[in-house]
Design a protein around this ligand. Structure first.
Ligand code: NAD
Length: 299
């Protein structure tokens, strides 16, 4: 497994492809955006003029695209990449998309004797750059094992969640829970502040008590409590409200498909929708949900 075609060199795909190059893979890259493609070339990727050109001679194709529609239109149909890929090539889609879209692509790949897996990631752009992403894989044991050396070049944790589509299900379960405990943390911190507590002191108390959780301990949403988190830089960078809304939408669609009850997930989506209704908030980190609870100065 030496030659990799990489499609989608955005905020995540760019640094992921760069890490493959650093680990000795020959990466041929394609992106619809010329600036994104040029920056991948600057990090050592070979430039392809089209997705079809990128897969020429590839042992594996890795894609990191914004939506299920983008993934389906890349791979499926008479002009899709699957028709042009050599049987035996491995397909690794790392995009966050609906589990059903992932299953459709993987089933179509299998008809062409192409092993495929969904491998969405957790960790964001910092982990993509550091090569410490977590991959949540869905697919056969054989596909995941074949993909492992490629994934290990970009990540620190490789999980096999189950058959095709399971990586996507694991990802949206995780992000739904993340949204819920981020909102709960912001709400509790604000209640304390409104009643005269210092948010740092309250955070320290809750960290050592039963309210402790990842949002509080590693990604505190209240400005001034932690350094090096988006709350300490006016919520710039990090994981945007828009992307959280995308994942909560996928979670709600999945819940509807399985008739699962997800009342807190639905409320979290509603609160993020309210917050993200202002376009200024939509591009901020998702911990900016704190601002939904904060009172105007002087109130
Ligand atoms: P992005 O918008 O920065 O990058 C996507 C890239 O895909 C763009 O450069 C775009 O030009 C390219 N593209 C779109 N359609 C294409 C096509 N048909 N052929 C070639 N290139 C195409 O998005 P991102 O932040 O890199 O996110 C990518 C995926 O990773 C999404 O599914 C997102 O939900 C997921 N994700 C993002 C983060 C994050 O923090 N940004 C974290 C975890 C998962």
């Amino acid at each position: 497994m030496k030659n990799i075609a990489f499609i989608g060199l955005g905020n995540m795909g760019g640094p992921m492809a760069a890490n493959l190059v650093k680990k000795g893979f020959a990466v041929t890259a394609f992106d619809l955006s010329a600036p994104m493609l040029e920056s991948a070339v600057a990090s050592g990727c070979h430039k392809a003029e089209s997705a079809h050109a990128a897969i020429d001679g590839a042992d594996a194709v890795v894609s990191m695209l914004p939506s299920g529609e983008a993934v389906r239109s890349l791979y499926l149909g008479v002009h899709g990449l699957l028709q042009a890929m050599t049987p035996g090539t491995l397909l690794i889609d790392c995009s966050t998309i609906a589990a059903n879209d992932a299953r459709q692509v993987i089933a179509a790949a299998s008809e062409r004797d192409i092993e495929a897996l969904d491998a969405p990631v957790s960790g964001g752009t910092a982990a993509a750059a550091a090569g410490t992403l977590s991959f949540m894989c869905g697919g056969s044991d054989g596909a995941v094992e074949r993909a492992r050396p490629v994934l290990e070049a970009m990540g620190a944790n490789i999980f096999h969640a189950g058959p095709a589509g399971s990586g996507q299900v694991a990802k949206i379960c995780n992000n739904m829970l993340l949204a819920i405990h981020m909102i709960g943390t912001a709400e509790a911190l604000q209640l304390g502040v409104d009643n005269g507590l210092d948010p740092s002191v309250l955070s320290e108390i809750m960290r050592a008590s039963s309210g402790g959780n990842w949002s509080l301990e590693k990604y505190n949403p209240y400005p001034g409590v932690m350094e090096n988190v988006p709350a300490s830089r006016e919520y710039q960078g990090g994981f945007s409200v828009a992307l959280m809304l995308k994942d909560l939408g996928l979670a709600m669609d999945t819940a509807a498909g399985s008739a699962s009850s997800t009342p807190l997930g639905a409320l979290a989506k509603n609160l993020y929708q309210l917050h993200g209704g202002d376009p200024i908030n939509k591009v901020l980190d998702f911990s900016s949900i704190q601002n939904l609870f904060r009172r105007p100065v002087g109130d």
